[in-house]
Design a protein around this ligand. Structure first.
Ligand code: 5BU
Length: 259
């Protein structure tokens, strides 16, 4: 039957990719399908947020190029938090250039993303050479890739035949463990969908973001992981309390899907 009807634990036991096995197993063990999107401006804020939400998440999603005082010490301390709390790090880099350039952007530069991000993602606008370029750097390090099959925003252009091409390329490339998108896309292999644009209260923001509920995304659409940002760390929020709330909502939605 559909992967969406199987438990994360059962899928972990059979997944061909070691990092996907690790992710699904930690989701089952920690009872969480929550990823927090940590779009904060400084090292101190990122570390404090990661420590506060760490017990509740399976994945910490970062945008390291937002951090004004990024340095190697930040990476070391994030890795220590990931070890202590048991979560993976996903750098939401959205690579989109030719294979040779993305190899450099992924492995080198100020951020050396491949050295610490378990997961990153790319647009397939350039064709499948982008996947091969990223795989040359990331696969030997045990990393994995998500394709941007859809986006969460109003008027986004990743639809129809473009989304289908993402699915074909993902199925064909073992370095790809899944998608960013709103639903389960294929039963051809157990590709994991992570969904941003999730919120329990707001409908969206002033710049095109659109929010849907954990029930819509996990129970109805068969996605695997909810990604939640400002609803957890925004003004006046208690990040640990909000992360717990979203963790419970996400897990309840998963249990309803299995039932
Ligand atoms: P929010 O605060 O929950 O709206 O943050 C959403 C995060 O997910 C933010 O880091 C975005 O960069 C990211 N995102 C998204 O919102 N929509 C998408 O389609 C993709 C990423 Br891809």
């Amino acid at each position: 039957s559909s992967f969406s009807r199987r438990t994360y634990a059962a899928r972990a036991a059979e997944h061909p990719h070691p990092l996907a096995r690790e992710l699904l197993a930690l989701m089952a063990r920690k009872r969480t399908n929550l990823s927090v999107a940590a779009d904060v401006a400084t090292k101190a804020e990122l570390l404090a947020l990661a420590d506060a939400v760490g017990p509740h998440i399976c994945v910490l999603k970062t945008h390291v190029d937002i951090i004004s005082d990024f340095d190697a010490d930040l990476v070391a301390r994030l890795q220590a938090l990931a070890e202590r709390h048991g979560f993976l790090i996903f750098e939401d880099r959205k690579f989109a250039d030719i294979g040779n350039t993305v190899k450099l952007q992924y492995g080198a530069g100020l951020y050396r993303i491949a050295d610490w991000a378990h997961i990153t993602n790319c647009h397939v606008i350039p064709g499948e050479g982008i996947i091969r370029g990223l795989a040359e750097v990331g696969a030997p390090k045990g990393r994995a890739l998500l394709l941007l099959a859809e986006m969460s925003t109003a008027g986004m252009l990743a639809t129809g035949a473009y989304t289908e091409k993402n699915v074909e390329m993902a199925v064909a490339n073992p370095f790809v463990i899944g998608f960013i998108g709103s639903r389960r896309f294929t039963e051809e292999r157990d590709l994991i969908t992570m969904t941003p644009g999730v919120g329990l209260h707001a409908a969206g923001d002033a710049l095109g973001q659109q929010y849907r509920s954990p029930d819509t995304i996990i129970t109805e659409n068969g996605s695997d992981i909810i990604i939640v940002g400002r609803a957890i760390y925004g003004p006046g929020k208690d990040p640990a309390a909000e992360a717990l709330r979203y963790r419970e909502a996400g897990w309840a939605a998963y249990e309803r899907r299995l039932a």
